[in-house]
Every structure is written in C-alpha cells, then in structure tokens.
Design a protein around this ligand. Structure first.
Ligand SMILES: Cc1cc2nc3c(=O)[nH]c(=O)nc-3n(C[C@H](O)[C@H](O)[C@H](O)COP(=O)(O)O)c2cc1C
Length: 158
C-alpha cells in the first residue's frame, strides 16, 4: 500500500449506516466518509460511490437517514458494508428493529446511538464518489453509548 493511502487511513472517521427507501424497498449501507459540514442550518455531507445500490436510491428519493453506529454495532456495520442491497434485504437479514421517522419517509433504526433524518439539498460528483449534502430535519439520540470509529481499516471505540 502506498504512503498516500496509508496516511489517509490514519484519519479517524465515524461509522454510520445510510438508509434510503425506493417504493417499499428499504436499504442500508455502511459509510465512514461522513461528517457535519454546517451548523446553521445543521447539515451533513456523505461521500458515496456511484456503483453502490444506495446511491441512486438517494438521487431518486432526495432523502436519507444517517444512523450513527455505537458499541455493539460492529457486526451490523460490517455486514451492511460488505453486502449489497441489490442481492440481499439487509434490514431483514439482520433483523434490525425499525420505526417510522418523524419527517422523512426512511425508517429509523431503533436503539441506535443517533438517527439523523436528512433532506438532500445538494450533491457534487467529485473524484470517484458523489458528495451528498443533507439538511438534518429531525433527530434522535441516546446518552451514554460510545461511538464506533473507523481508522487504519479497523473499527474501534472512542
Ligand atoms: C467500514 C466501512 C466503511 C465504508 N465507507 C463507505 C463510504 O464512505 N462510501 C461508500 O461509497 N462506500 C463505503 N463502504 C462500502 C459500502 O458500504 C459497500 O460497498 C456496500 O456493500 C454497498 O451497499 P449497497 O450496494 O447496498 O449500497 C464502506 C464499507 C465499510 C465496511
């Protein structure tokens, strides 16, 4: 592995699931390239490769859920980051408990460290990914759970 790639892999990143819906189909995909990019209005940006199944689901529906992964979520994060919604219903396979969101049409994951309901406000094709900017229109969070962190190709706890 080259120095550039290794150096980039030292950047600590969060681990989150991006959820989107297309008709009755609910898909969730793991991302590490995600962060807050505006405080007022509250907005996040997430970088998603065009070949991911979730990519066009977001383009079409113009909304997405960000579910922040915490302690104990390692297996679910790995599963959703290695299987495609083209081949499997990840929510069903994992038996993840969901509930309707407050504002958007994508369900929340129950018991998660945080759920951020996002409306797509901007997107930019850059390099080999698309940056989706989402305005956070509602959210839930739990006190006391530690967030998962992605660094050097591994998941750890903060
Ligand atoms: C820890 C981890 C982080 C990931 N981060 C991203 C990311 O930021 N952007 C992305 O496009 N894919 C990322 N992936 C890859 C996708 O999650 C993976 O290709 C997934 O199977 C796509 O599912 P889909 O086809 O249902 O959308 C990550 C995978 C893992 C395991």
């Amino acid at each position: 592995m080259g120095a550039i790639r290794q150096a980039l892999q030292t950047l600590p990143a969060p681990v989150a699931l991006i959820g989107a819906k297309d008709g009755d189909r609910h898909n969730i995909t793991t991302v590490a390239w995600i962060c807050q990019e505006s405080g007022d209005p509250p907005q996040v940006m997430v970088s998603i490769a065009p070949q991911r199944f979730i990519h066009d689901m977001i383009v079409r529906s113009r909304e997405f859920m960000v579910t922040v992964m915490g302690e104990g979520d390692e297996e679910a994060a790995l599963f959703c980051g290695t299987k495609s919604g083209r081949d499997v219903d990840k929510v069903k396979e994992l038996g993840l408990p969901t509930e309707p969101a407050e504002v958007i049409g994508v369900p929340r994951i129950k018991g998660a460290l945080a759920n951020l309901e996002c409306r797509l406000v901007d997107s930019l094709v850059s390099g080999d990914h698309t940056i989706f900017v989402g305005k956070v229109v509602a959210a839930t969070f739990l006190e006391g759970r530690r967030p998962l962190v992605w660094s050097r190709g591994k998941m750890g706890l903060l």
